[in-house]
Design a protein around this ligand. Sequence first.
Ligand code: NAI
Length: 330
Amino acid sequence: MVKAAVLGAAGGIGQPLSLLLKISPLVDELSLYDVVNSPGVAADLSHIATPAETKGFLAADDGLEKALTGCDIVVIPAGIPRKPGMTRQDLFTINAGIVRTLIQGVAKFCPKAYVLIISNPVNSTVPIAVETLKEAGVFDAKKVFGVTTLDVVRASTFTAAVTGEVDPRKITIPVVGGHSGETIVPLLSAATPAVSIPEDKYAALIKRIQFGGDEVVQAKAGAGSATLSMAYAGFRFAEAVLKAHKGEKNIVEPAFVYLPGVPGGQEVQAAIGGQLEYFAVPIELGTEGVAKATNPIPNVTEAEKKLLEVAYTGLADNIKNGIAFAQEKA
Ligand code: NAI
C-alpha cells in the first residue's frame, strides 16, 4: 500500500499533479494538504473511478498531521511562484519558511517518507529541508530529492526541435547542476542517442533549456510560472521513485541531492571539485531511494566545462543561503 501526500495541493502545480497521482495505479491513498481549498480539490478528484482514496486537509484541526501520518511519499509544490522580472531566488524569503514548516511536519509524522521538493528556489529549499531533517534526527539523504525533472523534459523537447526528431521522448539528455538559470547544465554530449547540434545553434539551445521557465512566466504575464508541464514532470519523478520502490530495475532520473549521504555521491563530489555538497546528477533509483548517484561528467566537452564552472559558483551561493536560513532558525 502506498500513501502519497501533496503539500500545496490546491495550487497551479498541486491540482494537476494530484490528478495524475489519483489516476496512477502506484498510489493507494492520496492526501491533499494546502492552506486553502484542498478539501474542494479532494472532493472533486475523489469522484474519479480509481482506487486511490483521496482526502483533503487544511492547516486547522491538525490538518498537516492528518495528511502526513503514514505517508510513504510527500511531494511539495507549496509556495509562491515567479512573476515576470523575478528570479527563483526572489522567492526565497517566503518559500524558505513554508518549506521549513512543512518539512518539520514530515520529520514528525512520516520521517521515513520519500520527500520530493518542487518549491523554488530548489537550490536553496533542498538544503533547508536537509538541515531541518538533520535537526530532527531523521535525515536519510537517499530519500530527499530536489525535483529537476522539468529541466530534463525541456532539454528533450527543445533539442528535438533543433534536430528534427518528431518524438522528443526518444532523446534523453542528462541535465546536471542545479535548478535555476545558469546553474542548469544540459550535457548534450552525453545525449542518448547521440545528437548532432550545429555549432551556430548550440549556445541558443543551451540558453533555451536554462531559461525555458522564463518563456512560460512571460507568456502567463503575471499569472504565475510553469504549472502543467511541472505537474507532468513532478509526476514523472514520483512515478520513477515509486516504481523503483516496488522493485523495478534500471530506473534513472536526474535529481538534486545531498551528495555526501548517497551511494556514489562522494565520487561525484570529487569530480565536481570537492566543494559542493548538493548537485543534480542522474540517480539510479532502488527500493530505498537513491541506489547510486552517477558521475555524469567524465567526458564533458570544453564548452560544457565552461558551463559547469559558472554553475558551481551560482550553486555555492544558493546552497549557502539555504543552510544559513535553516541554521539561523534552528
Ligand atoms: P501556486 O501559487 O499556484 O500554488 C502554490 C500553493 O501553495 C497554493 O495553493 C498555496 O495556497 C499553497 N501554500 C502556500 N503556503 C502554504 C503552506 N504554508 N502550506 C501548504 N500550502 C501552502 O504556485 P505554483 O505555480 O503551483 O508553484 C508552486 C511552487 O513551485 C513555486 O515555488 C514555484 O516557483 C515552484 N516551481 C518549481 C518548478 C521546478 O521545476 N522545481 C517548476 C515550476 C514551479
